[in-house]
Structures are given as structure tokens and as C-alpha cells.
Design a protein around this ligand. Structure first.
Ligand SMILES: Cc1cc2nc3c(=O)[nH]c(=O)nc-3n(C[C@H](O)[C@H](O)[C@H](O)COP(=O)(O)OP(=O)(O)OC[C@H]3O[C@@H](n4cnc5c(N)ncnc54)[C@H](O)[C@@H]3O)c2cc1C
Length: 434
């Protein structure tokens, strides 16, 4: 059987498409295969698209801050006309509430060393910028059924860090389709509505995949970018025991509520990360407020089968997230019907991604994105393309992890930080913060 392409990419979410775009620019003939009907229709479609820079590791901050260039220069990055239009970047800036759950000196040290632009806001500035909010501390986050939930707070928050270049992409699927369009223009191919059901290999290396219609497609390189299905593809490749860091699918809810009367989030709102109430929130289309959880300890974790999970908003999680937000914004109107979305994170053991090769020749992995790698996808695309190119040409990444130079910041990332066999990184937040 002849090779049909140089690289099969399993998944056409934002990361899979960015890898296709970057590999195609290097001259590889790529084929993304996805069982969804369109690019970005998997978990990416329900991403909140937040672009913030505070991560708990320096590498995490570096990847996120490098990504700002792409979102601010989306037209330039895409480089071709997409008739569907270009995804808009809402440059609201981001507020990172300081409280005891947050190691601000560590974040500040990383920001300073990487040149991240930020402003230190005291309590008075916070109150002036968001007059609808009550900036008492409500820590620790609780669930509404906890008798202490409405306990009065005796202390005020210290203030916040504000990063003016942050914001959000309101239509993550359109952003993905823009990348698909750019990748096609660079020579990439896509196959939708088809599921990879087998990975064929000999004792050392991959040979190709088989699809759910029994069609075989051969290629010397396969990349697992299957999002919340990543552990299933890892298993299909016979590598479940071989990665030290494992991945699993975690169900996550995001809710949408109207703002208090007189407050216009789309004009006056910011993306905000508020560990004090266990939440993040930002403006949402239609002048609404979108809120998700930053995985506080009181919330149950719902590990699921990505092919069989409840995709309806649950009354109890909606109540938890919306009532917590109402502590911060006391005039928040509480609708009598829950609304929002449910989707899955592909969570790794330490909530940091795996961007690596594998123990099987030609098999690569961009998995474990842990609810926080939408923003970094264009950077990751470049990094993975360089890794694949180098390793296919004989580079021993396991002996000496690739040093990837971030094209716009100029800093170098040690890709060992994203190695499949790293020790669990205790610097991680072990949450969606990364
Ligand atoms: C609710 C939610 C909110 C989020 N908010 C943010 C945020 O604010 N900021 C941020 O940076 N990140 C955020 N994220 C994370 C971010 O969206 C993900 O990290 C990113 O979208 C992952 O992209 P991907 O391409 O790896 O995965 P996906 O988009 O999941 O793509 C994987 C694709 O693989 C396909 N696939 C799987 N198995 C197979 C198979 N056997 N055969 C063929 N195709 C297959 C799937 O159909 C899917 O389309 C959020 C995630 C969620 C779920």
C-alpha cells in the first residue's frame, strides 16, 4: 500500500488545525481526520476562548504570552481570505484577583522575567473599575448548600493584577475554521465525518490508520490531537502504559447570566479570574456574563467517557457557579432557568499538556490540554511542527529535549516541560489555571 500522505493528524480542533497549518508550511502533506462534520466542532467549539497569561509555571506563562501576538495579529497569521470572515479578538484586558489561593509573588516573578505587561491595581482601583462588584473576600469558595455559604465576610481583597493585552475569542470554532482555511491554502487536506478506529504499526513504528468505513490510510507520522478522546487514541496505539503522564476526560459546565441593570459587560467588562469565589467570568455576546469554575476543592470532579456523558447543564452546578458570582456581584439577576454549555477538558495528571513524541516511532502527541490551551494553539502548532520535523530527521528529543525559540518573544522553551515521562509537576495549580 502506498503512503497517502506524510502526516495523519487525528483531530481537527484548534490545536490539530494549527499543527496542520505549520507542518504544511514546512512542506509536509497532512491529513486531519475528524468524526465531527467540521473543523473545531469538538470541544473547541465550546471553549470560552479566554486569552490570559497567568499560569503557575514559567513555561505556561511563556506559551500564553507568546500567543497574544497571534490573537492581536489574527489576519496576518491566517494570511488568506476566509469567506466565513475572521474570528474577532475582544481585547478587554484581564483582571487577576489576588487572594490567598494565588501565589502572586511567583506569578509576578514570571511576568517580570518574560516581560509581560501588567498593572498592579489596589482595592480602590478595582472598585472604581467594576463598580457593580463587592470586593470583600469570600474565600474559600463554597457550594450553596454549605451553611456557611452566605456567611458575612469581614475582610477585603487586596487588589488585582491587570494585563491589558488579554481578552477572549468569542467564536472559537470560527477561529479554528480560519486556521483550516489557511492550512488548506498551504496544501493541507481534511476528512470529516470519519472516525479513526485502529492505528496500524509494526514493532517499531506506525504504518497508518483504519477508519470506521474500513478505509486504510497510510502515513509514516501520526499525531494524536484528539482532545478529550486522547486516552482512547493512546490506548489504540498500545501506549497506555508507556506515558508516565496520563490523560482523562473531565466534564465542565459554563453558565451565562444577564448583568445587573445599568451594567454593560460588552462595553465595560473585563475577563476576570477570581479564585476567591472559585470562578472566572467575562462578557458574552448579547451583553451577558459568562462564568465558569476554576475547580475549587468543594466542587465534585466528574470524570467521564467522552462518547457517553451528560451534556445538559445541571441545576446543582449552575446554582453553585451563579450563586458564587452573585456574591461578587450582589445585584446579579438570577434567572429562573439554568442556561449554559457542557463540554469536556482533556486533563493530564498535573493539568499541564503533553507536547511530545512517544515510544512508538512516528507517533506524536499534543494532548492533556487541561481546559486551558485554546489560546496557545498557534504557538503549539509551530512547536509541534518543529518537533516532528526534527525527530523525523533523527533528532533524539528524549536524550536532549528540543529547545523551541518563541518567534515573537524570543524566549526559549525547554520542551522537556511537556514531556510524556516528566515527573508530575508540583508547581502546577492542578486546576484549569494550568
Ligand atoms: C468548556 C471549556 C472552556 C474552555 N475555555 C478555555 C479558555 O477560556 N481558554 C483556553 O485557552 N482554553 C479553554 N479551553 C480549552 C481549549 O478549548 C482546549 O484546550 C482546546 O480547544 C483543545 O483543542 P484540541 O484541538 O486539542 O481538541 P478538540 O477541539 O477536542 O479536537 C479534538 C478532535 O478530535 C476528534 N476525534 C477524537 N477522537 C477521534 C477519532 N477516533 N477519530 C477522528 N476524530 C477524533 C474530535 O471529534 C475533536 O473534534 C476550554 C475548554 C472547554 C471544554
Amino acid at each position: 500500500m502506498k503512503n497517502n500522505c506524510d502526516v495523519i493528524i487525528i483531530g481537527a480542533g484548534i490545536i490539530g488545525c494549527c499543527i496542520a497549518f505549520e507542518l504544511s508550511k514546512k512542506g509536509y502533506r497532512t491529513l486531519n481526520i475528524d468524526f465531527q462534520p467540521a473543523a473545531g466542532a469538538g470541544s473547541t467549539s465550546n471553549s470560552c476562548g479566554n486569552v490570559r497569561f497567568y499560569y503557575s509555571t514559567r513555561d505556561g506563562v511563556a506559551l500564553a504570552y507568546e500567543s497574544a501576538w497571534y490573537w492581536h495579529n489574527w489576519r496576518k497569521y491566517i494570511g488568506v481570505r476566509d469567506d466565513r470572515g475572521l474570528a474577532a479578538y475582544h481585547n478587554t484586558g484581564s483582571i487577576f484577583i489576588k487572594n490567598q489561593a494565588v501565589d502572586w509573588p511567583k506569578v509576578k516573578a514570571n511576568f517580570d522575567s518574560l516581560g509581560v505587561k501588567y498593572e498592579d491595581w489596589d482595592l480602590a482601583t478595582l472598585q472604581r473599575k467594576i463598580p457593580v462588584a463587592d470586593f470583600h473576600s469570600f474565600y474559600p469558595p463554597r457550594r450553596p448548600e454549605d451553611p456557611e455559604f452566605l456567611a458575612p465576610s469581614g475582610s477585603w481583597l487586596e487588589g488585582a493584577c491587570y494585563t491589558p493585552e488579554s481578552g477572549y475569542v468569542g467564536d472559537p470554532q470560527l477561529a479554528t475554521q480560519n486556521v483550516e482555511c489557511a492550512a488548506r491554502a498551504a496544501g493541507a487536506n481534511f476528512k470529516f465525518n470519519r472516525r479513526v478506529t485502529a492505528i496500524r504499526c509494526d514493532s517499531r513504528k506506525v504504518l497508518g490508520v483504519t477508519l470506521d468505513n474500513d478505509e486504510p490510510i497510510d502515513a509514516p507520522v501520526i499525531v494524536n490531537v484528539s482532545g478529550p478522546h486522547s486516552f482512547k487514541i493512546t490506548e489504540m496505539a498500545g501506549l497506555s502504559e508507556s506515558n508516565n503522564i496520563k490523560t482523562r476526560a473531565l466534564r465542565h459546565e459554563v453558565h451565562v447570566v444577564p448583568p445587573p441593570e445599568g451594567y454593560r459587560p460588552e462595553e465595560d467588562g473585563y475577563h476576570t479570574n477570581d479564585a476567591d469565589i472559585g470562578a472566572y467570568y467575562r462578557p458574552e455576546a448579547g451583553n451577558m456574563i459568562l462564568t465558569g469554575s476554576v475547580d475549587p476543592a468543594c466542587d465534585p470532579q466528574d470524570w467521564v467517557d467522552p462518547d457517553n456523558f451528560d451534556n445538559q447543564v445541571s441545576e446543582s452546578q449552575w446554582k453553585a457557579q451563579v450563586y458564587r458570582l452573585a456574591r461578587r456581584i450582589p445585584a446579579l439577576p438570577i434567572p429562573n432557568k439554568p442556561s449554559g454549555i457542557v463540554d469536556l477538558y482533556d486533563v493530564s495528571d498535573d493539568w499541564l499538556p503533553i507536547y511530545d513524541r512517544s515510544d512508538l516511532g512516528g507517533f506524536y502527541q499534543a494532548i492533556g490540554s487541561s481546559g486551558n490551551q485554546f489560546k496557545t494553539a498557534p504557538v503549539v502548532g509551530g512547536m509541534m511542527a518543529e518537533l516532528i520535523d526534527k525527530v523525523q530527521n533523527g533528532y533524539d528529543h528524549d536524550a536532549s529535549p528540543l529547545q523551541f525559540k518563541l518567534p515573537h518573544l524570543g524566549h526559549t522553551i525547554d520542551m522537556g516541560a511537556f514531556h510524556r515521562n516528566r515527573k508530575i509537576n508540583r508547581d502546577s495549580s492542578f486546576s484549569v489555571i494550568g
